[in-house]
Ligand binder design. Structure first.
Ligand code: PLP
Length: 450
């Protein structure tokens, strides 16, 4: 074949063509049948080629493939929004649908700013955001500025937004002190956030933004119970918005439809993405609570923002079908049940591995952090590119498993992790197989390092 015309991530190495998908498997041009243990980047929540979703998309294309949301709404758009609001127990009141998680984060940032400009709520001096180190909120300039993912930021630092600062994430494996209780740890992180508000001038901060379970930046890190409640209390103390980025951890991935349901908090706004449309179409969203919507209603009555493809009818039809399948087949319950098995299998097979430092997660969202030395938690040299060696090894024909691997810990770029996110309708056999194959891949990679 002639060289690829696509600007792939690696210019000198075009990936193998993927020809088809069925359930938890993707078939490649060279015949490999890959067990998709991560649904891409925690996207494919129903697996591949679900018949109901495909049919819903075809029906919508046959009916109406596109119209501009400045002039028209569509049935799937309205029905999806209603379903989402209902899923929050009416704790959110409006839905803004876009095509990617980054766009959802941009919308959250702009709506926060506009919230403080409205006549009903004038605080135009609020221009700053506080997010967390080693987080990931997207790849566009605004959303990348919000994230603390050092590797993804580093080339672009000079053009990132200057009005975003970052506090420590909640990562008990990496930054809880020896002997520190959960309460003491939370109090320390709360003091850090409070001090950051004070440093910036609390009256200048729009919002604090965090992922309920950190995904791409640290390899799946849930917070300790009570952490988010303490962070929200500080936002309320200073009149700033509390925004949760559930693009990766939301829509059922962690065992409840919304990850915040397990944290005893309700955000002022939340972004959603991957599990919303399960990869059948590009779709993400921003769910907005009453506080922000009421202010908007009482003032300008409009959000000054918009994309050509927002609320795209085919994407909405796909997401609506995905969400209906999740409801009808009780898949969030399956996430919880299979999650218990997944944790058991991971701990049984990998806890004693000399380089497995931490196994953590929730539902069907699990991360494994690898360390050179288990006692000191010293990471491997990042130049070794261990995470990517594991990813590549998994794709070899004898293993044929797709793993989402990355680098970065709470402290920076060093540190290797593996993220696992099988579909919500996965089976016991698949869970056992994923862990067995992963164990074999690790043995192989570490054997080669010796
Ligand atoms: N927010 C979180 C938590 C994510 O994990 C991601 C993507 O991985 C994004 C935002 C950005 O989403 P997208 O890649 O769809 O722009």
């Amino acid at each position: 074949m002639s060289p690829s015309a696509v600007l792939h991530r690696q210019l000198h190495q075009a990936p193998t063509l993927a020809l088809s998908g069925e359930g938890s498997y993707i078939t490649l041009e060279d015949g490999r049948r890959i067990l998709d243990a991560t649904g891409g980047a925690a996207v494919s929540c129903l697996g591949h080629s679900n018949a109901e979703v495909r049919q819903a998309m075809i029906d919508q294309i046959n009916q109406l493939s596109y119209c501009h949301t400045a002039y028209f709404s569509t049935k799937p758009f309205e029905e999806l929004a209603s379903l989402l609001i209902e899923s929050t127990g009416e704790k959110m009141s409006k839905v803004y649908i876009v095509s990617s998680g980054s766009e959802a984060m941009e919308a959250a940032m702009k709506l926060s700013r506009q919230f403080y400009l409205e006549k009903a709520n004038p605080e135009p001096q609020r221009t700053k955001f506080i997010a967390r180190k080693q987080s990931y909120h997207g790849i566009t300039i605004g959303s990348l500025s919000m994230g603390g993912h050092k590797f993804r930021r580093e080339l672009f630092e000079p053009i990132l937004l200057p009005n975003v600062s970052h506090v420590s994430p909640c990562n008990p494996y990496r930054n809880r002190k020896d002997g520190e209780s959960n309460e003491e740890y939370i109090a320390r992180l709360a003091d850090e956030l409070d001090a950051e508000f004070q440093r910036l001038g609390p009256e200048t901060v729009c919002a604090f933004v965090a992922e309920p379970v950190v995904g791409a930046a640290m390899g799946c890190v849930p917070s300790v119970p009570g952490y988010f409640k303490a962070m929200k209390a500080i936002c309320e103390k200073y009149g700033a918005l509390f925004i949760l980025d559930e693009v990766m951890s939301g829509m059922g991935r962690c065992g409840t439809l919304h990850a915040w349901e397990q944290e005893d908090v309700v955000p002022d706004m939340q972004t959603i993405g991957k599990g919303l449309g399960g990869g059948y179409a590009p779709i993400a969203g921003l769910l907005i609570g009453d506080k922000v919507i009421k202010t908007l209603e009482e003032s300008t009555g409009s959000f000054r923002h918009g994309h050509t493809y927002q609320g795209h009818p085919v994407s909405c039809a796909a997401a609506l079908a995905v969400q209906r399948v999740i409801q009808e087949e009780n898949l969030v319950e399956n996430v919880r049940a299979m999650g218990v098995l997944f944790e058991e299998e991971l701990r049984k097979r990998l806890s004693d591995h000399p380089h497995v430092g931490d196994i953590r997660g929730k539902g069907l969202f699990w991360g494994i952090e690898l360390v050179r030395d288990k006692t000191t938690k010293e990471p491997f040299d990042p130049n070794l590119q261990l995470a990517f060696k594991i990813q590549d090894k998994g794709l070899e024909a004898k293993y044929s498993i797709s793993l989402y691997c990355g680098q970065g810990t709470a402290d920076g770029i060093a540190g290797d992790h593996i993220l696992l996110a099988p579909p919500y309708n996965t089976t016991r056999e698949e869970i056992v197989r994923i862990v067995e194959v992963l164990q074999a891949v690790l043995e192989d990679v570490f054997g080669e390092l010796k």
